[in-house]
Design a protein around this ligand. Sequence first.
Ligand code: BES
Ligand code: MN
Ligand code: ZN
Length: 494
Amino acid sequence: MIYHFEPSANAATLLTDCVVVGIYKSNKMSAAAAQLDIASNGAIHSHLALGDFNGDKGRTTSMLYQLAGITAKRVLLVGMGEKDKLTLETLTQVTQAAVNALKTAKVSNTVCFLSDEANTASIEAAVRQSVTAVADALYTFNTYKSKKDEAPSLASWTIAHTLAGDFSTATKQGAAIAEGMQISRDLANSPGNVCTPTYLVRVTQELAGSSDKLDISVLEESDMEAIGMGSFLSVSKGSIEPGKMIILQYHGGETGVAPLVLVGKGITFDTGGISLKPGAAMDEMKFDMTGAASVIGTMTACTAMDLPINVIGVIAAAENMPGSKASKPGDIVTSMSGKTIEILNTDAEGRLVLCDALTYVERFNPYAVIDIATLTGACITALGHHTSGLLSNNDGLADEIFNAGKQAGDEVWRLPMNDKYQEQLKSNFADMANIGGAPGGTITAACFLSRFTESYPWAHLDIAGTAWRSGAAKGATGRPVPLLCQILLNHAHV
Ligand code: BES
Ligand code: MN
Ligand code: ZN
């Protein structure tokens, strides 16, 4: 799909297969709908007067064909609900309603005026959001089906505004974010027997080869052994698949400017290890590398947006298996930091791979470090499937991330993290245990990580509830790529 932006457009004079315009509650016309109504001698008004279509509720659509006085072959009316309630979220919903109505039509190019109506704080954010909404509604993952679904004929989507103002950069950014989300979803949806740590190396090497601004290095298990990453290795050694630590460096800013570091949990399958998980829905543990996938997607988008900042993406990739070399409950390992860990539950493996990655990134003198992980089932209990968990050792950074979530419609909620929770990690035999018991599981997981992040501003995103959907619509969501991209955009001041 190709995305364009068109300023100062007149909806009535566009050469396109379909023009998409909004109708509000009580049949109040949007600016573009009014243009069509005038040019067609009241055809929109007459259609609305029939009463079949109702803009009150929003997300409803009605297709009109070959109206006299209008150059577009089709007009798609979209119900917008109440004008003063048009949030970023409704804009997404109405845009997706339009895409769904067009999916089965023989439409290859479309001009859409819906974001023209955005009365949000940032029109740029609304434009980016409408592009990602289109891509989201069109996303399919057919790689492993012998009979592919028929692809919609939509090939080009133009965002048009009746007003002057150039939002072509925001449109391109939206397309870059959409591409990053797609890459992240494709990786996360890929099965565990394909998407291994070695596969993630291949994908990131290809990505790095596509830009002069990207460099890649990979730590093999022997390299990790040499620098004492005993915690990471205690997980990867349970599997025949070798663990990998991938470091992707994007040099968009001046040399020497402190980088933002993103660290992704890349457990390509989580069986739980010797503390084996129950069988129900265990297939969903192929999604346990979504943190890594979101880092790869975000680095892709960052490169496409050509942001003038330095960003480093680190992926801690391993498979958590109960092989004959796997850790056993009670085993004690020494992390790269020198701190010792008693592994009381081998299913709390995410923190074991992340803690060594978090120590490793100290060498980059980061401006800030954000780790992204499907870390705890407890986060789903706490926040459900709509909001990611945020925990941080730095209030300024936490606020930045919270606000970026609002801007991008990819929201987070901060949970507390203080010394009282730290006590739950006490071990009788080592510096700490890798679990803190049932109460506040998301918080004690973050407390564990916080012991390895004392030298820089750090935030942790627990995406266990938001990274994928279960049930009939099972699949990766692409989150939190929009949030991470928004953080980068804000950091780059563009
Ligand atoms: N990958 C899981 C967390 C998870 C579970 C995400 C279910 C999404 C759905 C993680 O490695 C894990 O197993 N965590 C344990 C921690 C516990 C042993 C302290 C959990 O949440 O049960
Ligand atoms: Mn686990
Ligand atoms: Zn896991």
